[in-house]
Design a protein around this ligand. Structure first.
Ligand SMILES: *Cc1c(COP(=O)(O)O)cnc(C)c1O
Length: 450
């Protein structure tokens, strides 16, 4: 199993041939899940005591298991937040896998960590973060938010020299579900600040909520969202920055989906104020065209994160002797895949401008979709898309109509387009993330609602 023998050669041929075939697939088929019983019947017991021929196992994956997974990189996948990894990033993910680099510490992975940090620097520069900023790649926005909020809470405790009976974090109404989850794990309560008429969290609303609060000293942080998941709305980052500075509380920006558009000149101004954040994150596995799983987490003052997250043990003393940069010190994790490398490689090969262009192309597709919805007599646009989430309704439809429409789309392999709720009403939601999504797809989709 550990030498490159004849069997390994066959495994390599089978796996790499399929990897290239999948990378070349055009268009990518949407596919979809099968019920457990159907998978049991088709795939049966896949693992045996004596092992099986590699070609047979790869074939089983290709013919049975892979088609039972929706292709998130299909241009027809427009739900949740889709994926659109570059070929370069996907190919380098294979290299990362083949290299067994451990990204825990400088001692183990200096060269890889150096490259990951250059990719982080590109994102820090895009946000206008200072030269001393830094962080690490974690698996996703959920772990990133949890890690940043732990730093926010413990920094407040350290700065104030005391802890209230219950810490609280101010959040907008549209904050991502992972924020509520992180606060529950941290045993911290949420102060939900009402949105303005544009459905944004704003500085004035935050200031008002803090002024009206009976116990403002228990609030240690504010979470703003730069690109809400449900509607792509960017909070009033500049106003929130001012309010958090006045109140002396941590300013965290959850840009898991939207902060990629820091690289898009046409919308960059909407992120004004992010440069004042104490921490922010963006998921390269979303709109920065990297494979799963990848979240870039950045701190204005990384030393604060290290004080909270660096793990201590005699077997870790060797990595903590000097002032080496250990990615493990900046989030809740220890062993880590160098998951920033696929993004790094693709950025290095294609250059930052190609990313700006691809993100702008996606924004143009979303604007085109909004215009087509506006022009169509049978559907209504709910709000102009700020980024690439488009919410629209089909007047006259019941919830059952939306659900059966959506089920039918997947069954017919037209799209994965799931409804959502907006202000209590079930509506249609489309998220455009793939720069190669053809304009004709939008008319095709709208025609299914006629
Ligand atoms: C997707 C998303 C998250 C969670 O990120 P994961 O990578 O799925 O853990 C958090 N916040 C926002 C705004 C998101 O869109």
């Amino acid at each position: 199993m550990h030498t490159f023998d004849d069997l390994t050669q066959r495994i390599a041929t089978a796996c790499l041939d399929y990897a290239i075939e999948r990378l070349r697939m055009d268009p990518v088929t949407l596919d979809g899940p099968l019920p457990l019983a159907a998978l049991r019947e088709r795939a049966g017991t896949t693992i045996t005591r004596e092992g099986r021929e590699p070609e047979d196992v790869v074939r089983e994956f290709v013919d049975v298991l892979a088609p039972a997974c929706i292709s998130t990189d299909s241009t027809r996948f427009i739900s949740f937040i889709p994926a659109a990894p570059t070929k370069a990033a996907l190919l380098f993910d294979l290299v990362v896998g083949a290299s067994s680099v451990c990204g825990t510490s400088w001692l183990e992975g200096a060269g890889a960590v150096y490259a990951e940090n250059q990719a982080l620097r590109v994102l820090a520069d895009a946000a206008g973060f200072p030269a001393g900023a830094g962080g690490c790649f974690v698996s996703g926005g959920s772990i990133g938010n949890l890690s940043a909020l732990a730093v926010a809470r413990d920094s407040a405790a350290a700065a104030r020299g005391s802890r209230p009976a219950r810490w609280r974090v101010a959040v907008g109404e549209q904050a991502h579900s992972s924020i509520a989850s992180a606060l529950r794990l941290l045993d911290v309560d949420a102060l939900v600040v009402p949105s303005d008429d544009q459905d944004r969290l704003t500085g004035p609303a935050l200031r008002e909520a803090l002024a009206a609060d009976a116990d403002p000293s228990s609030i240690c942080a504010v979470v703003a969202t730069s690109g809400t998941t449900n509607a792509g709305i960017i909070d009033d980052l500049a106003g929130i920055a001012t309010a958090t500075r006045e109140a002396g509380i941590w300013f965290h920006v959850d840009g898991a989906y939207g902060a990629a558009a820091l690289l898009a000149p046409s919308v960059r101004a909407r992120f004004a104020g992010i440069e004042h954040a104490d921490s922010f994150l963006v998921d390269p596995h979303k709109w920065l065209f990297a494979p799963f799983d990848s979240c870039a987490l950045l701190y204005r003052e990384p030393a604060r994160a290290k004080a909270v997250h660096a793990q201590e043990a005699s077997y870790l003393d060797a990595i903590h002797g000097g002032d080496d940069w250990n990615p493990a010190d900046y989030a809740f994790h220890l062993t880590r895949r160098t998951r920033g490398l696929p993004l790094w490689f693709s950025l290095a090969v294609h250059g930052i401008d190609a990313y700006s262009d691809a993100i702008e192309r996606t924004l143009a597709i979303a604007r085109h979709a909004a215009a087509r919805i506006d022009a169509a007599p049978h559907v209504e646009l709910l709000r102009d898309p700020e980024l690439t989430v488009v919410l629209f309704r089909r007047p006259g439809w019941t919830e059952a109509d939306y659900t059966s429409w959506s089920d039918g789309l997947l069954r017919e392999q037209v799209a994965l387009c799931l409804p959502t709720r907006w202000k209590g009403e079930m509506v249609a939601r489309a998220v455009f993330l793939h720069p190669e999504c053809p304009e004709s797809f939008i008319d095709e989709l709208l025609a299914t609602m006629a």
